[in-house]
Write a protein that binds this ligand. Structure first.
Ligand code: SAM
Length: 574
């Protein structure tokens, strides 16, 4: 079966991993799957002898664990979710070796494995849950993967050294192949990640089968490691042959970037999201023709020539510069230097970022539009997606500046409260209020973590354009301003400025573009399809805050998806 790029398509689905295992989480996070973690409470107590084969035990345990979470989650949320759970067991013949209970047990297990081949089985259950008349309906799909592992002959000394390291204790079979346990292994036959804890390849195939069965005629097999046909490049212009147009210059089979042949991954990227449209539009508008032969133009001149708006043209040119299709000088001039297919070198292997970018786009363009909340499901999807992105960014935003002088925080449009919880973790004395639309606040309960600091986060429903804002000495706007037009920004920032006492502050979390506005690409590309708002560079954010009475503006480029900007309300002395 052909492996489809299914993970990206799951972005809009609510996925729950019913396991607290950091190894599973890492494997799935690494491929860009966004999920919530709800560890199962089902105890691994099934009677092993009642199963004819070890894999049956692994599957049944995975299934019971996933179903337990499904039932529990149904009590708090009726939305459709997919719950994933796997169970690994190590077997010698028919005998299953579980996690050792103590060092002696670990010794017994490992010495049984010494010098022999054993099997690692992982049973996986994917439970699709929906709600009918308030009743939980589940569809279970399960499968297993077997990998054979052979241990070297282990000396007593090595065995005990390994056991004393403590590593065997929470691992099925008493070893972890991804760390010190890797020393014990002579060979692995089969999926290595299956031994680590999750059979990723089989899982992806299953998802593709379940959610997005490919139509036979649409499947394009990867032929070899050279170039797939890159018709994207050849069909871009109006069909006029222009030997100087670099996009038409090379034949599909010789396209390369910095001497490296474009791989299938690049093809996927070029054909997806904003990149293909950017290339297509720029080419269609003959931007490359205008800027070829060392012709250097400002955005406004290009706009005049192609009879387009200056703002839109500027975004398009910035996007092309960000993709390496054009060059931009410090003075804001654009020109076409070399073959534009040096394309996206930094993006080649960054599918993850790209999915995230798409995901952010989808959300952001709908977020301030009523359509986002039209159906319960759409709302849940939106909140789940925001929640997942915030999980990735919140820590870096919360720790970008020293916020210890503040006593109370109000996160305006704070959605499910991820940043709020992160702040309370870092500053336990902080009182944090999340302020968001009533529809959002009504649904935050299932996103809340369990733990000691929960009481310090309060949720208040309201509209930040119309209602009074809660009092606080630090206000936060995370992923809000860039999507608002100037008029809405004026209403919101005037309100915040009016309520802020001297010494209070406003913290923004946004993508901060570089001064030329050509990087980071995810921000520049996002600008392309924004209708109301825009992405800004550091100087523009500084100016914006100063305009509304915030001074001493500091900017922290976090290296994560969102950067942080902090400004203090002017004291009368200033
Ligand atoms: C793009 S999300 C950002 C969520 C969160 N701040 C983050 O960074 O992950 C925008 C949030 O603003 C909220 N929002 C939009 N309009 C609002 C309004 N008029 N009043 C209060 N919240 C609003 C949305 O419901 C949503 O949760």
């Amino acid at each position: 079966m052909v492996l489809n790029p299914v993970i990206g398509k799951l972005v809009s689905k609510r996925v729950v991993l019913a396991s607290a295992s950091p190894r599973r989480q890492e494997i799935l996070t690494n491929v860009g799957l966004r999920f919530e973690v709800v560890p199962s409470w089902f105890k691994e107590t099934l009677e092993k002898s009642s199963f004819a084969a070890p894999y049956e035990y692994a599957i049944e345990t995975a299934k019971q664990k996933a179903l337990e979470v499904a039932n529990r989650m149904h009590l708090v949320s009726l939305s459709a979710i997919s719950i994933v759970r796997s169970c690994v067991c190590v077997a010698v013949g028919k005998q299953i070796l579980e996690k050792p209970v103590d060092k002696q047990d670990a010794y017994k297990m490992l010495s049984r494995l010494s010098g022999k081949e054993h099997s690692v089985f992982t049973g996986v259950a994917i439970v699709h849950c929906s709600s009918k008349d308030n009743r939980l309906e589940t569809e279970v799909t399960d499968f297993y993967e077997e990998t054979k592992v052979k241990f070297a002959e282990l000396s007593e000394e090595l065995l005990w050294e390994y056991i004393h390291s403590g590593e065997p204790m929470d691992k099925a079979g008493g070893y972890g192949i991804q760390a010190l346990g890797g020393m014990l292994v002579e060979y692995v036959h089969g999926d290595f990640l299956n031994v680590v804890g999750f059979p990723l390849n089989h899982f992806c195939k299953k998802l593709a089968e379940l959610y997005y069965p490919p139509l036979k005629h649409t499947i394009q097999h990867v032929k070899h490691d050279s170039i797939p046909s890159v018709e994207t490049f050849e069909n871009l212009s109006d069909g006029e042959s222009d030997s100087s147009n670099p996009l038409q210059h090379k034949s599909a089979n010789t396209l390369e970037a910095n001497g490296v042949p474009l791989s299938g991954a690049v093809h996927t990227l070029v054909n997806s999201g904003s990149i293909k449209p950017a290339l297509f539009v720029a080419s269609k508008l003959k931007v490359f023709d205008l800027l070829k032969d060392k012709c250097v133009l400002k955005a406004v001149d290009v706009a005049n020539k192609i009879e387009a708006s200056v703002c839109g043209t500027e975004r398009l040119l910035d996007a092309c510069a960000s993709l390496g299709l054009l060059e931009k000088t410090h003075q804001g001039d654009f020109y076409c230097r070399t073959i534009p297919v040096k394309l996206l070198r930094s993006h080649f292997f960054s599918l993850y970022n790209f999915q995230l970018h798409n995901c952010i786009n989808k959300i952001l363009y709908s977020v301030f539009k009523d359509s986002c909340y039209h159906t319960v499901e759409a709302k849940q999807h939106f909140m789940t997606a925001m929640h997942s992105i915030a999980k990735l960014t919140a820590r870096d935003v919360a720790t970008a500046f020293d916020l210890s002088p503040f006593r109370s925080v109000c996160d305006l449009g704070g959605c499910t409260g991820v940043l709020a919880h992160e702040l309370v973790q870092k500053y336990p004395n902080l009182n944090v209020t999340v302020f968001d639309l009533p529809d959002v606040i009504a649904n935050v309960s299932c996103f809340q973590p369990s733990g000691q600091h929960i009481t310090s986060v309060m949720f208040t429903a309201g509209d930040f354009f119309k209602d009074n804002l809660p009092e606080a000495d630090l206000y936060i706007l995370s992923l809000i301003l860039h999507d608002l037009n100037d008029e809405k920004i004026h209403i919101l920032l005037s309100k915040i400025s009016a309520i802020c006492k001297p010494g209070s502050a406003l913290l923004l979390a946004e993508i901060v573009l570089d001064e030329e506005k050509t990087h980071p690409s995810r921000g520049v590309l996002q600008s392309l399809s924004m209708t109301e708002g825009k992405q800004r560079n550091g100087s523009e954010y500084k100016q914006l805050l100063e305009k509304y009475g915030f001074t001493n503006v500091q900017i922290k480029i976090t290296g994560n998806i969102l950067d942080a900007i902090l400004g203090f309300k002017k004291t009368s002395a200033r």
